[in-house]
Design a protein around this ligand. Structure first.
Ligand code: PLP
Length: 475
């Protein structure tokens, strides 16, 4: 493709994207394709000769697009969002055009310095103490792995880096509700899955600190060494909030690394009254939240903060001759702040979003989402067809059909599963699910960039109508 073609198709593509966003609600939110349907429509072998852009776009529209679940639809209420916004899309375009590789400061000074700057902005915006050091990781999963590796090196005086594990006596702790990325990180970091202690939760699905302390004490007594505790500020299932302050005190008492996973909820700390959820953060060793979830910045953009950056850097540092530069002592070289050497220029999109929306603009959006989720929850509470999980936290509402005449849990779960499928099959809204105390529970998340109060109310009306039919048929 030459530059003239690039201009022509580039302008057309921007028009296509604007049109897509204008008409996104015409698509079923959840893709309706069957397994392998996309694959079967595409030639199995790569073309020998280059094809025209028009042809590629035709296939994109006719084959790829039907296989897309529309995460940017305002009717997307599933999982947690992977949000985008117009300034973020444009910044991604620039990032891909510049296509810099920010492994060290010298390979693109602005990429490194902008990253340091926006990480400092995020601290100020969300109440993270100034003495933390920020770095962008691709995902919260990677950030948690980075935290576990740092904890591993700290507790072994950097010996696993040198000699590998000499014995399997280390323990990692998180609640039974914590995200699967912790289990994955424990496997990858070499602790082994058996070293992960799942701590019981209370009725509200929060880690019970007394249980954590009991496990730590018993492990120490039995010759194990507690290496890391991971607290969840907003679990994936129900946005349960672990009692950070109490967990922090226990970690301090037993000198255990304390990592805090606020992947979704962290963005809400931009609103001062939510900061109660992170009281105790001052004592944490590391903290992660995802602007790619609820700060309107394209995936991937995960904000990782660490108190002692020397431990982080010593854990990951490598110094081959070909990476040495004259500026090494004066700047951050982010290749040593995580796993990858090569790094995308992710700070640009975050900078575009924060500048374009302003702190007040971001706050207003998040505040609205929380308000509309609370209104939705209020409606659920009023209706006899539903049960709601309490407490309802931030933008998530967990609810299910109230089925008093169905004593069997498995049967209730099947009915609620069909209820969810019926909602999603309308194509007008997309919700996901979790299990709460064994009960199949629907999750309704109000957090999409373009969602309005009307979208929430329309979804509510539709859900209520389907529930009425279900309740009639099932009781
Ligand atoms: N932690 C929590 C609490 C999450 O909810 C999620 C994803 O939803 C993750 C971690 C993993 O996030 P990522 O996809 O950025 O790895």
């Amino acid at each position: 493709m030459d530059r003239d073609e690039f201009r022509k198709f580039g302008y057309e593509l921007i028009d296509w994207i604007a049109e897509y966003y204008d008409t996104i609600e015409n698509h079923p939110v959840k893709s309706r394709v069957k397994p392998r349907e996309v694959m079967d429509k595409l030639p199995p072998n790569p073309p020998n000769a280059g094809e025209s852009f028009e042809n590629i776009m035709e296939d994109f529209k006719n084959i790829i697009l039907p296989g897309i679940t529309h995460w940017q639809s305002p009717n997307f209420f599933a999982y947690f969002p992977a949000n985008s916004s117009m300034p973020s899309v444009l910044a991604e375009l620039l990032t891909s055009a510049l296509a810099v590789q920010g492994m060290v400061w010298e390979t693109s000074p602005a990429a490194t310095e902008l990253e340091e700057l926006v990480m400092n902005w995020l601290k100020e915006m969300t109440g993270i103490p100034v003495y933390f050091h920020g770095v962008i990781q691709d995902t919260a999963s990677t950030a948690t792995l980075v935290a576990l590796l740092s904890a591993r090196e700290k507790i072994t005086s950097f010996d696993v880096n040198e000699s590998g594990f000499q014995s399997n006596k280390y323990r990692v702790y998180c609640s039974t509700e914590a995200h699967s990325s912790i289990e994955k990180a424990v496997k990858v970091a070499g602790f082994g899955r058996k070293s992960l202690r799942r701590i019981q939760v209370d009725e509200q699905l929060r880690m019970i600190p007394e249980e954590l302390e009991k496990y730590i004490q018993s492990d120490i007594k039995n010759g194990f060494i507690p290496a890391c505790v991971v607290s969840a500020i907003g679990t994936t299932g129900t946005v349960a909030i672990d009692p950070l302050q109490s967990v922090a005190e226990i970690c301090k008492k037993y000198s255990v690394w304390h990592h805090v996973d606020a992947a979704y909820a962290g963005s809400a700390m931009i609103i001062e009254e939510n900061r109660k959820f992170i009281e105790g953060i001052e004592e944490a060793d590391s903290y992660v939240f995802n602007p790619h979830k609820w700060m309107f910045t394209n995936f991937d953009c995960s904000a990782y903060f660490v108190k002692d950056k020397e431990i982080l850097i010593r854990t990951f540092e490598i110094m081959p001759e070909y990476l040495k530069t004259a500026a090494d002592n004066q700047v951050n070289n982010y290749r040593d702040w995580g796993i990858q050497l090569g790094r995308r220029f992710r700070a640009l999109k975050l900078w575009f979003v924060i500048r374009s929306m302003g702190v007040e603009g971001i706050k207003e959006k998040i505040r609205n989402h929380i308000t509309w989720a609370k209104e939705f929850a209020e409606e659920i509470r009023k209706e006899k067809h539903f049960e709601i999980h309490e407490p309802q936290n931030l933008g998530l509402v967990c609810f299910r059909l109230h089925l008093p005449s169905v004593p069997d849990q498995e049967k209730r779960n099947q009915i609620n599963k069909r209820f969810l499928e019926t909602i999603n099959n309308t194509g007008k809204a997309y919700l996901s699910h979790t299990k709460v105390h064994g009960e199949f529970t629907l999750r309704f998340v109000v957090a999409q960039t373009n969602v309005t109060r009307d979208h929430v109310w329309n979804a509510w009306k539709m859900i209520k109508e389907i529930a009425e039919k279900f309740s009639k048929n099932e009781q």
